[in-house]
Design a protein around this ligand. Structure first.
Ligand code: PGA
Length: 265
């Protein structure tokens, strides 16, 4: 738990930087939405300061809308360009987004995307946000906990939350292609960021509730290596906060003393 959304982004960027120091050719899983924008700013800052290079990094985004062209400013491709790719030394050929080219069967995109992830050697670090309804990617409540990249119908709540980013009367996508829950669970490490009071209930359900498809993020309780970074407001409904703060500090102290440890490095 950290004091502010700014601190969450700072700490998150430090964690990404640690992974890239150990593995400069890491495969990163990327998220869109409001939350990771500050994290991307931090990473851009580190790149500009010469602390980080993305020259050998590959990326796989979690999701993309169906029916929106890549050059449409509302697409997640455009978001990534605007918020991150356009400001660092990443090779666009190594950036992947599960978009469906016009005229193609969207149901074929998922298996192809899975194959690309496998071919790249799997995701080293997956960055995630969480929806107010507990979704990760666009895996809405009731999504199979064993799902793979596929077409998903957005939940009413997601459509409502996302409409804040659209002008009134604009076409609003109701379908998307998203990495599945099993795809996310296969990432070697997960970094989930949540900020603001609107996320408090979802964060508490994810961490302290039952593992259930009705809160897709709760499956992360079964992941081997997850870091959840939250600000005060998003942590407000957690019952066991003092203990989480303690374990976080102890872990940080070990990492500071011995360096971050990766079993596979
Ligand atoms: P947000 O979205 O960062 O815009 O709140 C998070 C999500 O829906 O996963």
């Amino acid at each position: 738990m950290l004091d502010s959304a700014g601190k969450v982004a700072e700490r998150g960027a430090e964690l990404v930087a640690r992974v890239l120091r150990v593995r400069p050719n890491a495969v990163l899983g990327l998220a869109t939405g409001k939350t990771p924008i500050k994290l991307y700013r931090q990473l851009i800052g580190k790149y500009r300061a010469g602390e980080l290079s993305f020259g050998r990094v590959s990326t796989f985004n979690l999701d993309e809308y169906l029916g929106i062209e890549p050059d449409d400013p509302r697409s997640y491709r455009a978001y990534m360009e605007r918020e991150f790719f356009g400001h660092v030394d990443i090779d666009r050929a190594n950036t992947h987004i599960p978009a469906c080219p016009p005229g193609e069967n969207p149901k074929q995109v998922g298996p192809r995307y899975e194959e690309r992830i496998r071919h790249a050697g799997g995701i080293d670090l997956q960055i995630l946000g969480i929806g107010q309804n507990g979704h990760i990617g666009f895996n809405e409540p009731s999504s199979s906990l064993n799902s793979r990249t596929r077409v998903k119908t957005l939940a009413g709540k997601t459509v409502e939350d996302n409409s804040e980013l659209l002008s009134p009367g604009e076409f609003q996508p109701r379908l998307a292609i998203t990495m599945g829950i099993a795809t996310i669970m296969q990432a070697r490490r997960v970094l989930l960021l949540a900020t603001g009071a609107k996320k408090a209930a979802a964060v508490a359900q994810m961490v302290e509730g039952p593992v259930t498809a009705m809160c897709p993020a709760s499956i992360l309780q079964m992941h081997e290596y997850v870091t959840v970074l939250v600000d005060e407001a998003a942590a407000a409904a957690l019952k066991n906060r003092a203990y989480y703060d303690l374990t976080f500090r102890e872990n940080e102290a070990l990492d500071e003393r011995f360096g971050a440890y990766y079993a596979d490095s």
